[in-house]
Design a protein around this ligand. Structure first.
Ligand code: SF4
Length: 349
């Protein structure tokens, strides 16, 4: 997969685009001006590996809270603005590292111009975020409703207006809850501009379904070299979005930090309660900052051999199991101690 090299922008101190690593974002669901709750949630997101967080700015108190939230957190803060251009300006003045706006929702061009000038003055990038639910009527009419072309040309209109003001510090998102439409829109705009792209499938749904839709949509774009930063949208706790985002990047070899669990699907040869062991191991290892492939396999016959590339692993036997490293058996352990001993070995690596 050859990555499309886009223009690089800076969201706070985090580069987005160009050859910089693909970043993971999420969005808080606290009341932003409830500073303690918002700070705690951002700190939790940081712990899970979030690179950039976003919060909705619904009133002036939310905008003013940005300054204090930023003092207490460590990752860039993106202010999400729906309609009120004055809140966009207040957010930038209070230290937002990026503005997410849908210029079409901000109102007339004068307001977009004012917001853009403010971003220019503070050197803050804008994410032009176009959603399939808020497209230009002229393109809906021209292309017969919501489709790839009406999404792409609505976005390009916004981009061209902002460019006409001499501002190029932008990234773009073109979101739809329809996976095929999202893929098509991002592919098309990727051929038409060099701005970094923020990938996401909007309103993807609850954790299970949303994870699959996001993995298919975001994953297929990334596998074609498209995309610079990602946000998985789930009806779930925000840290779940980070977990899924990390796995999408890891599965494509785009992020290596953290433990990669390899486990077999179980079969009639499975000798231990593999599903419970893997479920528990996943919880224990989810935030471990070591680049390791850990294999958890159901039988000693095929387990170590099938997981030769793993750094470490276990393979179940009758009432016991083997711990192996790089496919070589190192010792035998009772079944009830397998997970504990595996974790101990991993901690010593
Ligand atoms: Fe079955 Fe063993 Fe393969 Fe697991 S590793 S699926 S238990 S044969």
């Amino acid at each position: 997969m050859e990555r499309k090299i886009t223009k690089q922008i800076m969201v706070g101190d985090v580069p987005v685009g160009g050859t910089s690593p693909i970043t993971i974002q999420s969005m808080t669901n606290t009341i932003t001006k409830d500073i303690d709750s918002t700070v705690n949630q951002i700190l939790l997101l940081e712990k899970y590996g979030c690179d950039i967080s976003r919060s909705a700015i619904n009133d002036l108190d939310d905008a003013k809270a940005i300054k204090i939230i930023k003092e207490k957190t460590n990752i860039p803060f993106v202010a999400d603005i729906q309609f009120d251009y004055r809140l966009a300006i207040a957010a930038v003045e209070n230290g937002a590292d990026c503005l997410r706006i849908n210029p079409g929702n901000i109102g007339n061009k004068d307001r977009v111009r004012e917001v853009t000038h403010c971003c220019e003055e503070y050197n803050v990038p804008i994410r032009v975020g176009v959603n399939s639910g808020s497209l230009h009527q002229k393109y809906l009419d021209k292309y017969g409703g919501v489709c790839v072309d009406s999404i792409v040309y609505s976005a390009l209109d916004e981009v061209e207006f902002i460019e006409s003001l001499g501002f190029y510090n932008m990234k773009l998102s073109l979101k739809s809850s329809d996976v095929n439409m999202s893929i098509g829109s991002y592919k098309k705009i990727s051929e038409m501009t060099d701005y970094p792209l923020h990938l996401g499938i909007t309103e993807a749904g609850p954790a299970y379904v949303g994870t699959i839709k996001s993995a298919v949509g975001i994953g297929s774009l990334l596998s074609q070299g498209i995309g610079d930063t990602i946000r998985v949208s789930l009806t779930a706790a925000p840290e779940e979005e980070i977990k899924v985002g990390k796995e999408i990047l890891k599965s494509l070899g785009l992020r290596t930090e953290g433990v990669n669990i390899i486990s077999c699907p179980t079969c009639a040869r499975t000798k231990i309660d593999l599903i419970s062991i893997v479920t528990e191991a996943e919880k224990v290892l989810e935030n471990l900052n070591k680049n390791l492939n850990v294999a958890i396999m159901g039988c000693v016959v095929n387990g170590p051999g099938e997981a030769k590339e793993a750094d470490i692993g276990i393979a179940g036997g009758n009432g016991q199991g083997l711990i192996f490293k790089k496919g070589e058996i190192v010792r035998k352990v009772k079944e009830e101690d397998l997970l504990k001993e595996l974790i101990k070995e991993i901690e010593n690596m």
